[in-house]
Design a protein around this ligand. Structure first.
Ligand SMILES: [Zn+2]
Length: 109
């Protein structure tokens, strides 16, 4: 099963936020789950928060990968970061918030 840090690592990779080492004109090396990978720079994804989370959501729901990526890992409506909804955060209407953003909401007034 992926822990939250590993899921965030995948999420960051899909959003083009992984650290990469430039190896040549077009080649880059990056690390996922302590393994190194090499690809062309142009092949790295640059998804929006919503696109990246949609991929993770499909892995969770469409392929019944809940055991692989727990389905309580959610995207925060406010900051766009992943969080574990069993441990932190909360829901307001249709919106889901991580621990940091949910607390801020509550303390607004
Ligand atoms: Zn948040």
């Amino acid at each position: 099963m992926l822990n939250l840090e590993q899921t965030k690592e995948l999420y960051d990779f899909l959003r083009g936020e992984s650290e990469v080492n430039i190896k040549s004109n077009k080649g880059v090396e990056f690390e996922i789950n302590k393994s190194k990978f090499y690809t062309k720079k142009s092949h790295l994804p640059r998804m929006t928060d919503e696109q990246a989370f949609l991929v993770i959501y499909l892995l969770q729901e469409a392929y019944n990968f809940e055991d692989f990526i727990p389905d309580h890992y959610e995207i925060c409506s406010q900051c766009g970061e992943l969080y574990d909804s069993e441990l932190e955060g909360g829901t307001t209407g249709d919106e889901m918030y991580c621990g940091d953003c949910y607390t801020e909401e509550e303390n607004e007034d």
